[in-house]
Design a binder for this molecule. Structure first.
Ligand SMILES: Nc1ncnc2c1ncn2[C@@H]1O[C@H](COP(=O)(O)OP(=O)(O)OP(=O)(O)O)[C@@H](O)[C@H]1O
Ligand SMILES: CC(=O)N[C@H]1[C@@H]2OC[C@@H](O2)[C@@H](O)[C@@H]1O[C@H](C)C(=O)O
Length: 362
Protein backbone atom coordinates (compact mmCIF):
# COMPACT_ATOMS: atom_id res chain seq x y z
CA UNK A 1 0.00 0.00 0.00
CA UNK A 2 1.20 3.50 -0.80
CA UNK A 3 2.66 5.31 2.23
CA UNK A 4 0.77 8.59 2.36
CA UNK A 5 1.70 9.66 5.86
CA UNK A 6 2.75 13.28 6.09
CA UNK A 7 6.20 13.51 7.62
CA UNK A 8 8.39 16.32 8.87
CA UNK A 9 11.54 16.75 6.79
CA UNK A 10 14.45 19.14 7.00
CA UNK A 11 16.32 20.28 3.90
CA UNK A 12 19.55 22.16 3.31
CA UNK A 13 21.16 23.93 0.41
CA UNK A 14 24.54 25.58 0.15
CA UNK A 15 24.55 27.09 -3.28
CA UNK A 16 27.08 28.09 -5.86
CA UNK A 17 27.37 31.61 -4.39
CA UNK A 18 29.25 30.09 -1.41
CA UNK A 19 27.46 32.50 0.92
CA UNK A 20 26.33 29.93 3.49
CA UNK A 21 23.90 27.13 4.31
CA UNK A 22 20.12 27.54 4.23
CA UNK A 23 18.00 25.04 6.14
CA UNK A 24 14.23 24.64 6.34
CA UNK A 25 11.51 22.41 7.69
CA UNK A 26 8.65 21.14 5.55
CA UNK A 27 5.76 18.77 6.20
CA UNK A 28 4.83 16.67 3.18
CA UNK A 29 3.76 13.25 1.94
CA UNK A 30 6.24 13.67 -0.94
CA UNK A 31 3.50 14.71 -3.37
CA UNK A 32 1.84 17.75 -1.86
CA UNK A 33 3.15 20.37 0.55
CA UNK A 34 1.23 20.23 3.80
CA UNK A 35 2.87 23.08 5.66
CA UNK A 36 6.08 25.09 5.57
CA UNK A 37 8.05 25.19 8.84
CA UNK A 38 10.80 27.39 10.19
CA UNK A 39 14.09 28.13 8.45
CA UNK A 40 17.63 29.02 9.46
CA UNK A 41 20.75 30.36 7.79
CA UNK A 42 24.38 29.79 8.70
CA UNK A 43 26.79 31.99 6.71
CA UNK A 44 30.26 30.69 5.94
CA UNK A 45 32.99 32.73 7.63
CA UNK A 46 35.60 34.44 5.43
CA UNK A 47 38.09 31.68 6.21
CA UNK A 48 35.58 28.93 5.46
CA UNK A 49 34.56 30.59 2.20
CA UNK A 50 38.20 30.85 1.13
CA UNK A 51 38.65 27.13 1.85
CA UNK A 52 35.59 26.28 -0.28
CA UNK A 53 36.58 28.69 -3.03
CA UNK A 54 39.99 26.99 -3.26
CA UNK A 55 38.21 23.64 -3.63
CA UNK A 56 35.97 24.73 -6.55
CA UNK A 57 36.47 22.61 -9.64
CA UNK A 58 37.93 19.68 -7.67
CA UNK A 59 36.76 16.07 -7.83
CA UNK A 60 36.54 13.41 -5.07
CA UNK A 61 39.81 11.92 -3.87
CA UNK A 62 41.82 15.09 -4.34
CA UNK A 63 42.63 15.93 -0.71
CA UNK A 64 39.52 17.86 0.26
CA UNK A 65 39.53 17.11 3.99
CA UNK A 66 39.50 20.77 5.11
CA UNK A 67 36.67 21.73 2.76
CA UNK A 68 34.70 18.61 3.72
CA UNK A 69 34.99 19.55 7.40
CA UNK A 70 33.75 23.10 6.67
CA UNK A 71 30.70 21.70 4.87
CA UNK A 72 29.82 19.17 7.57
CA UNK A 73 30.42 21.52 10.50
CA UNK A 74 28.28 24.30 9.00
CA UNK A 75 25.46 21.86 8.14
CA UNK A 76 25.51 20.16 11.55
CA UNK A 77 25.37 23.54 13.24
CA UNK A 78 22.42 24.91 11.26
CA UNK A 79 20.48 21.64 11.32
CA UNK A 80 20.84 21.35 15.08
CA UNK A 81 19.09 24.71 15.36
CA UNK A 82 15.97 23.30 13.67
CA UNK A 83 13.81 20.34 14.35
CA UNK A 84 12.63 17.86 15.19
CA UNK A 85 12.50 16.11 11.81
CA UNK A 86 12.22 12.50 10.65
CA UNK A 87 14.60 12.84 7.70
CA UNK A 88 17.10 15.36 6.33
CA UNK A 89 17.75 16.22 2.70
CA UNK A 90 21.41 17.18 2.38
CA UNK A 91 22.41 18.70 -0.96
CA UNK A 92 26.08 19.28 -0.13
CA UNK A 93 28.37 21.85 -1.71
CA UNK A 94 28.71 21.60 -5.47
CA UNK A 95 32.39 21.86 -6.36
CA UNK A 96 32.24 20.73 -9.97
CA UNK A 97 29.56 19.88 -12.50
CA UNK A 98 30.36 18.24 -15.82
CA UNK A 99 27.42 15.96 -16.61
CA UNK A 100 28.66 14.81 -20.01
CA UNK A 101 32.21 14.29 -18.74
CA UNK A 102 33.41 13.61 -15.22
CA UNK A 103 29.95 13.79 -13.62
CA UNK A 104 28.96 16.02 -10.75
CA UNK A 105 30.52 16.57 -7.34
CA UNK A 106 28.62 17.66 -4.24
CA UNK A 107 31.05 17.72 -1.32
CA UNK A 108 29.75 16.37 2.00
CA UNK A 109 29.45 12.87 3.43
CA UNK A 110 25.79 12.11 4.20
CA UNK A 111 26.76 9.04 6.20
CA UNK A 112 28.83 11.11 8.61
CA UNK A 113 26.09 13.74 8.81
CA UNK A 114 23.51 11.05 9.69
CA UNK A 115 25.79 9.83 12.49
CA UNK A 116 26.29 13.36 13.80
CA UNK A 117 22.57 14.25 13.72
CA UNK A 118 21.19 10.87 14.74
CA UNK A 119 18.76 11.10 11.81
CA UNK A 120 18.40 9.45 8.40
CA UNK A 121 19.93 11.63 5.70
CA UNK A 122 19.02 11.59 2.00
CA UNK A 123 21.97 12.78 -0.09
CA UNK A 124 23.87 12.36 -3.36
CA UNK A 125 20.77 13.56 -5.21
CA UNK A 126 22.35 14.15 -8.60
CA UNK A 127 24.59 11.20 -9.61
CA UNK A 128 21.92 8.63 -10.47
CA UNK A 129 20.21 11.09 -12.81
CA UNK A 130 23.52 11.53 -14.66
CA UNK A 131 23.95 7.74 -14.84
CA UNK A 132 20.51 7.66 -16.48
CA UNK A 133 21.60 10.11 -19.16
CA UNK A 134 20.41 13.27 -17.40
CA UNK A 135 22.12 16.56 -16.59
CA UNK A 136 21.87 15.93 -12.82
CA UNK A 137 20.33 19.41 -12.53
CA UNK A 138 18.12 21.27 -11.97
CA UNK A 139 16.29 19.16 -9.38
CA UNK A 140 14.00 21.74 -7.78
CA UNK A 141 11.39 21.61 -10.63
CA UNK A 142 9.22 18.86 -9.09
CA UNK A 143 9.13 20.97 -5.93
CA UNK A 144 8.25 24.09 -7.94
CA UNK A 145 5.30 22.11 -9.28
CA UNK A 146 4.21 21.30 -5.72
CA UNK A 147 4.60 24.98 -4.80
CA UNK A 148 2.31 26.02 -7.66
CA UNK A 149 -0.33 23.53 -6.46
CA UNK A 150 0.11 24.69 -2.84
CA UNK A 151 -0.41 28.30 -3.92
CA UNK A 152 -3.54 27.47 -5.94
CA UNK A 153 -1.97 28.49 -9.25
CA UNK A 154 -4.03 27.19 -12.16
CA UNK A 155 -2.29 28.66 -15.24
CA UNK A 156 1.21 27.87 -16.55
CA UNK A 157 3.86 29.88 -14.69
CA UNK A 158 7.65 29.97 -14.63
CA UNK A 159 9.83 29.85 -11.54
CA UNK A 160 13.23 31.46 -11.86
CA UNK A 161 15.95 30.85 -9.30
CA UNK A 162 18.63 33.54 -9.44
CA UNK A 163 21.52 32.04 -7.48
CA UNK A 164 25.12 31.88 -8.66
CA UNK A 165 23.69 30.26 -11.78
CA UNK A 166 20.10 30.86 -12.96
CA UNK A 167 17.58 28.08 -13.44
CA UNK A 168 14.08 28.22 -14.84
CA UNK A 169 11.14 25.84 -14.39
CA UNK A 170 8.03 26.04 -16.56
CA UNK A 171 5.11 24.53 -14.62
CA UNK A 172 1.73 23.65 -16.05
CA UNK A 173 -0.15 22.78 -12.85
CA UNK A 174 -3.07 21.17 -14.68
CA UNK A 175 -0.89 18.06 -15.14
CA UNK A 176 0.82 15.90 -12.52
CA UNK A 177 4.63 16.25 -12.70
CA UNK A 178 5.16 12.84 -14.34
CA UNK A 179 2.84 13.72 -17.24
CA UNK A 180 4.14 15.18 -20.48
CA UNK A 181 3.63 18.94 -20.61
CA UNK A 182 3.75 19.50 -16.84
CA UNK A 183 7.37 20.62 -16.59
CA UNK A 184 10.28 21.97 -18.56
CA UNK A 185 13.46 23.00 -16.77
CA UNK A 186 17.01 24.10 -17.43
CA UNK A 187 19.78 26.41 -16.28
CA UNK A 188 19.42 29.78 -17.99
CA UNK A 189 23.01 31.01 -17.78
CA UNK A 190 25.27 32.71 -15.28
CA UNK A 191 23.32 34.80 -12.74
CA UNK A 192 24.94 36.28 -9.61
CA UNK A 193 28.27 34.44 -9.70
CA UNK A 194 30.07 36.73 -12.18
CA UNK A 195 28.65 39.81 -10.44
CA UNK A 196 29.89 38.55 -7.06
CA UNK A 197 33.30 37.83 -8.57
CA UNK A 198 33.44 41.37 -9.98
CA UNK A 199 32.50 42.90 -6.61
CA UNK A 200 35.18 40.78 -4.95
CA UNK A 201 37.97 41.64 -7.37
CA UNK A 202 37.21 45.37 -7.62
CA UNK A 203 35.99 46.25 -4.13
CA UNK A 204 36.74 43.24 -1.90
CA UNK A 205 32.99 42.99 -1.27
CA UNK A 206 30.74 39.95 -1.61
CA UNK A 207 27.72 41.32 -3.46
CA UNK A 208 26.28 44.32 -5.27
CA UNK A 209 23.71 45.08 -2.56
CA UNK A 210 20.31 45.85 -4.06
CA UNK A 211 21.94 45.95 -7.50
CA UNK A 212 22.89 49.59 -6.83
CA UNK A 213 26.08 49.46 -8.88
CA UNK A 214 24.54 47.39 -11.70
CA UNK A 215 21.60 49.80 -11.93
CA UNK A 216 23.89 52.82 -12.26
CA UNK A 217 25.81 51.60 -15.31
CA UNK A 218 25.26 51.18 -19.03
CA UNK A 219 25.35 47.77 -20.73
CA UNK A 220 28.21 47.32 -23.16
CA UNK A 221 26.67 46.30 -26.49
CA UNK A 222 29.80 44.64 -27.85
CA UNK A 223 30.32 42.41 -24.80
CA UNK A 224 26.63 41.51 -24.83
CA UNK A 225 26.67 40.57 -28.52
CA UNK A 226 29.66 38.25 -27.99
CA UNK A 227 28.02 36.72 -24.90
CA UNK A 228 24.69 36.18 -26.67
CA UNK A 229 26.49 34.26 -29.43
CA UNK A 230 27.58 31.57 -26.93
CA UNK A 231 26.41 28.13 -28.20
CA UNK A 232 24.74 27.39 -24.83
CA UNK A 233 21.87 29.69 -25.78
CA UNK A 234 21.20 27.73 -28.98
CA UNK A 235 21.17 24.40 -27.16
CA UNK A 236 17.64 23.14 -26.54
CA UNK A 237 16.65 22.37 -22.93
CA UNK A 238 17.07 20.48 -20.66
CA UNK A 239 20.62 21.69 -20.03
CA UNK A 240 22.71 22.64 -17.02
CA UNK A 241 25.78 24.63 -16.12
CA UNK A 242 28.71 24.71 -13.76
CA UNK A 243 29.31 27.90 -11.76
CA UNK A 244 32.25 28.96 -13.90
CA UNK A 245 31.17 27.81 -17.35
CA UNK A 246 31.39 31.33 -18.81
CA UNK A 247 34.94 32.42 -17.86
CA UNK A 248 35.18 34.70 -20.90
CA UNK A 249 32.32 36.87 -19.58
CA UNK A 250 34.26 38.21 -16.62
CA UNK A 251 37.33 38.71 -18.79
CA UNK A 252 35.23 40.62 -21.33
CA UNK A 253 34.17 43.30 -18.81
CA UNK A 254 37.69 43.80 -17.48
CA UNK A 255 38.26 46.96 -19.52
CA UNK A 256 34.94 48.55 -18.50
CA UNK A 257 34.34 50.96 -15.63
CA UNK A 258 32.87 49.50 -12.45
CA UNK A 259 29.23 50.48 -13.05
CA UNK A 260 29.22 49.53 -16.73
CA UNK A 261 30.90 46.20 -15.96
CA UNK A 262 28.26 45.42 -13.31
CA UNK A 263 25.41 46.56 -15.59
CA UNK A 264 26.74 44.34 -18.38
CA UNK A 265 26.96 41.28 -16.11
CA UNK A 266 23.39 41.91 -14.92
CA UNK A 267 22.22 42.24 -18.54
CA UNK A 268 23.99 38.96 -19.36
CA UNK A 269 22.08 37.19 -16.58
CA UNK A 270 18.81 38.67 -17.85
CA UNK A 271 19.61 37.64 -21.45
CA UNK A 272 19.80 33.95 -20.52
CA UNK A 273 16.37 34.13 -18.90
CA UNK A 274 14.67 35.96 -21.76
CA UNK A 275 16.05 33.45 -24.27
CA UNK A 276 14.94 30.67 -21.91
CA UNK A 277 11.37 31.94 -21.64
CA UNK A 278 11.03 31.57 -25.40
CA UNK A 279 11.80 27.84 -25.07
CA UNK A 280 8.76 27.23 -22.83
CA UNK A 281 5.98 25.08 -24.36
CA UNK A 282 3.50 27.93 -23.81
CA UNK A 283 3.91 31.49 -22.60
CA UNK A 284 4.02 31.53 -18.77
CA UNK A 285 1.45 33.87 -17.23
CA UNK A 286 3.94 35.11 -14.65
CA UNK A 287 7.63 34.82 -13.87
CA UNK A 288 8.10 34.08 -10.17
CA UNK A 289 11.60 34.87 -9.01
CA UNK A 290 13.35 33.15 -6.12
CA UNK A 291 16.95 33.18 -4.86
CA UNK A 292 19.14 36.10 -3.82
CA UNK A 293 19.02 37.75 -7.24
CA UNK A 294 15.45 38.85 -6.65
CA UNK A 295 16.94 41.50 -4.33
CA UNK A 296 18.93 42.96 -7.24
CA UNK A 297 16.89 45.84 -8.71
CA UNK A 298 18.88 45.87 -11.96
CA UNK A 299 18.15 42.17 -12.55
CA UNK A 300 14.45 42.57 -11.73
CA UNK A 301 14.09 45.69 -13.93
CA UNK A 302 15.88 43.95 -16.82
CA UNK A 303 13.61 40.93 -16.51
CA UNK A 304 10.48 43.09 -16.39
CA UNK A 305 11.59 44.96 -19.49
CA UNK A 306 12.36 41.78 -21.44
CA UNK A 307 9.68 39.30 -20.38
CA UNK A 308 6.18 39.18 -21.88
CA UNK A 309 4.57 38.56 -18.48
CA UNK A 310 4.63 40.13 -15.01
CA UNK A 311 7.85 39.49 -13.08
CA UNK A 312 7.40 39.10 -9.34
CA UNK A 313 9.28 37.65 -6.38
CA UNK A 314 7.85 34.29 -5.22
CA UNK A 315 6.57 36.11 -2.14
CA UNK A 316 3.73 37.25 -4.46
CA UNK A 317 2.24 33.74 -4.11
CA UNK A 318 3.11 33.34 -0.44
CA UNK A 319 6.47 31.54 -0.75
CA UNK A 320 9.79 32.44 0.89
CA UNK A 321 12.47 33.07 -1.74
CA UNK A 322 15.29 32.79 0.77
CA UNK A 323 14.28 29.28 1.82
CA UNK A 324 12.82 27.75 -1.32
CA UNK A 325 15.86 25.67 -2.29
CA UNK A 326 16.34 24.31 1.24
CA UNK A 327 12.63 23.46 1.30
CA UNK A 328 13.09 21.78 -2.09
CA UNK A 329 15.66 19.37 -0.65
CA UNK A 330 13.37 18.55 2.28
CA UNK A 331 10.67 17.67 -0.28
CA UNK A 332 13.10 15.70 -2.48
CA UNK A 333 14.31 13.74 0.59
CA UNK A 334 10.78 12.48 1.25
CA UNK A 335 10.42 11.56 -2.42
CA UNK A 336 13.69 9.56 -2.24
CA UNK A 337 12.32 7.80 0.85
CA UNK A 338 9.13 6.90 -1.00
CA UNK A 339 10.82 5.99 -4.30
CA UNK A 340 9.09 8.84 -6.15
CA UNK A 341 10.89 10.41 -9.12
CA UNK A 342 12.78 13.66 -8.56
CA UNK A 343 13.74 14.22 -12.18
CA UNK A 344 12.08 13.62 -15.51
CA UNK A 345 13.14 13.60 -19.17
CA UNK A 346 11.80 17.17 -19.43
CA UNK A 347 13.69 18.51 -16.40
CA UNK A 348 17.14 16.93 -16.68
CA UNK A 349 17.03 14.98 -19.94
CA UNK A 350 17.25 11.62 -18.11
CA UNK A 351 16.02 8.69 -20.21
CA UNK A 352 13.18 8.04 -17.76
CA UNK A 353 12.00 9.45 -14.41
CA UNK A 354 14.68 9.02 -11.75
CA UNK A 355 14.27 9.00 -7.97
CA UNK A 356 18.01 9.10 -7.23
CA UNK A 357 19.63 9.97 -3.96
CA UNK A 358 20.64 7.55 -1.24
CA UNK A 359 19.64 7.29 2.37
CA UNK A 360 22.12 6.84 5.20
CA UNK A 361 20.80 5.90 8.60
CA UNK A 362 22.58 6.81 11.84
N1 LIG B 1 20.34 42.17 -1.04
C1 LIG B 1 20.88 41.69 -2.15
N2 LIG B 1 21.13 42.49 -3.19
C2 LIG B 1 21.68 42.02 -4.33
N3 LIG B 1 22.02 40.74 -4.52
C3 LIG B 1 21.77 39.89 -3.52
C4 LIG B 1 21.20 40.31 -2.29
N4 LIG B 1 21.07 39.22 -1.49
C5 LIG B 1 21.57 38.19 -2.20
N5 LIG B 1 22.02 38.58 -3.42
C6 LIG B 1 22.65 37.76 -4.45
O1 LIG B 1 22.16 36.44 -4.36
C7 LIG B 1 23.24 35.52 -4.09
C8 LIG B 1 22.75 34.43 -3.18
O2 LIG B 1 21.66 33.84 -3.78
P1 LIG B 1 21.24 32.36 -3.42
O3 LIG B 1 21.47 32.13 -1.98
O4 LIG B 1 19.92 32.16 -4.02
O5 LIG B 1 22.31 31.59 -4.28
P2 LIG B 1 22.90 30.15 -4.10
O6 LIG B 1 21.88 29.29 -3.44
O7 LIG B 1 24.23 30.28 -3.47
O8 LIG B 1 23.15 29.71 -5.59
P3 LIG B 1 22.51 28.56 -6.52
O9 LIG B 1 21.03 28.75 -6.52
O10 LIG B 1 23.16 28.88 -7.82
O11 LIG B 1 22.94 27.27 -5.97
C9 LIG B 1 24.31 36.37 -3.46
O12 LIG B 1 25.59 35.78 -3.64
C10 LIG B 1 24.15 37.69 -4.21
O13 LIG B 1 24.81 37.67 -5.43
C1 LIG C 1 25.08 21.20 -10.06
C2 LIG C 1 24.38 22.18 -9.17
O1 LIG C 1 24.61 22.21 -7.99
N1 LIG C 1 23.51 22.99 -9.78
C3 LIG C 1 22.73 23.98 -9.05
C4 LIG C 1 23.24 25.37 -9.42
O2 LIG C 1 22.50 26.38 -8.73
C5 LIG C 1 21.42 26.79 -9.57
C6 LIG C 1 21.54 25.88 -10.76
O3 LIG C 1 22.94 25.61 -10.78
C7 LIG C 1 20.79 24.54 -10.55
O4 LIG C 1 21.02 23.73 -11.67
C8 LIG C 1 21.28 23.75 -9.33
O5 LIG C 1 20.58 24.00 -8.15
C9 LIG C 1 19.19 23.96 -7.99
C10 LIG C 1 18.84 24.01 -6.56
C11 LIG C 1 18.48 22.74 -8.59
O6 LIG C 1 19.06 21.67 -8.72
O7 LIG C 1 17.29 22.88 -8.87
Amino acid sequence: MRDERIITAMGTMSGTSLDGVDAAILRTDGRRIDVFGEGAYRPYSEVERATLRAALGRWPGTGLNDAARVVLDAHTEVMNRLGPAEICGFHGQTLAHDPRGQGTHQLGDGEELAARLGLPVAWDFRSEDIRQGGEGAPLAPVFHHACAIWAGVSEPVAFLNLGGVGNLTYVNPTFEPENAGALLAFDTGPANAPLNDLMQSRFGRDIDVGGALSASGVTDAEVMAAFAAHPYFRRPPPKSLDRDDFPSLLAAVEGLGDADAAATLAAAAVHGVIVGLKACPSAPTRLLVTGGGRHNAALMAGLSAGADCPVEPVEAIGLDGDLLEAQAFAFLAVRVLRGLPNSFPSTTGARHPVSGGRISSP
